[in-house]
Design a protein around this ligand. Sequence first.
Ligand SMILES: NC(=O)c1ccc[n+]([C@@H]2O[C@H](COP(=O)([O-])OP(=O)(O)OC[C@H]3O[C@@H](n4cnc5c(N)ncnc54)[C@H](O)[C@@H]3O)[C@@H](O)[C@H]2O)c1
Length: 291
Amino acid sequence: MKTFQDKVAVITGAGSGFGRAFAQVGARLGMKLVLGDVQRDALDAVLVELRAAGADVEATVCDVSRASDVQALADLAVHRYGAIHVAFNNAGVAGQGGYLWESSEKDWQWVLGVNVMGVANGIRSFVPQMLAQKCACHVVNTASVAGLISPQLLGIYNASKQAVVAMSETLFHDLRVAGADIGVTVLCPAFVPTGIFDSHRNRPAELTEVRQLTPSQIAAQQAGEKAVQSGRLSAADVAELTFEAIRTRRFYLITHPKILPSVELRMQDILAQRDPSDPFSYKPDVAARAP
Ligand SMILES: NC(=O)c1ccc[n+]([C@@H]2O[C@H](COP(=O)([O-])OP(=O)(O)OC[C@H]3O[C@@H](n4cnc5c(N)ncnc54)[C@H](O)[C@@H]3O)[C@@H](O)[C@H]2O)c1
């Protein structure tokens, strides 16, 4: 997609971090925006900010783990603007972290519901509309470097983001089989200062555990908070790189190239059929360690 003026973008998780930054860049480029987020006050703040800047934008509360909410977001875009040209399946949560064997069923249900089913729901609701339009469109799925390597103490998040990479690769192939003019980008950032390690703020009550955190869960949370706060790229930087990837139809967008040796090492481990190397052996300062 070469130009963005008057094109319609749908963005999930638009109330904070990357989603808000996508919306800001989209507004600057003259896009019409449809924003969804589960956190109403954050979403409203972005809506007010963008409208004050002159953007043509709508927003609705949307829990991406619910297929009907995501369909309602797609319907809002089509009813208000008549099309969806770019879909950002971006909403995500970090979850609790900690040793896998200490994670509960509710820990799994929450993270997989948002990170995996959120993207699946977006593909199901946005792509058929794009196919019907028969014009150039693009899907951005926010994964993570955790979709390419498996950092310690983040097992559920890793599993969820590796699913997002797999869904994105398959979507790419499926769209080629279908002969569709729809690009795909899988966004794989490393650590960026956003609200991601404060994601329990939006954890549904019915999926919340009443418990004392284990030392490994505390270690994961502390390491995550420290790592994102030390991130040098901003959400705005990631959004600019993402729009460039849409412009150039780039599939893999790894915003922090310093992580590539870790990805390569993992691939080599697989090819050599040897034990997995430490995913942060090139960047030991950010790894969560055993408590
Ligand atoms: N910040 C990082 O370091 C980093 C790195 C790699 C990938 N990511 C991914 O980037 C995406 C955006 O996260 P962020 O870093 O901007 O964090 P963030 O917490 O600032 O923003 C995430 C947004 O998603 C929303 N959200 C949470 N649950 C939701 C749900 N069920 N339905 C709809 N919206 C929901 C939150 O309210 C929030 O506004 C996530 O998928 C995250 O996993 C972040």
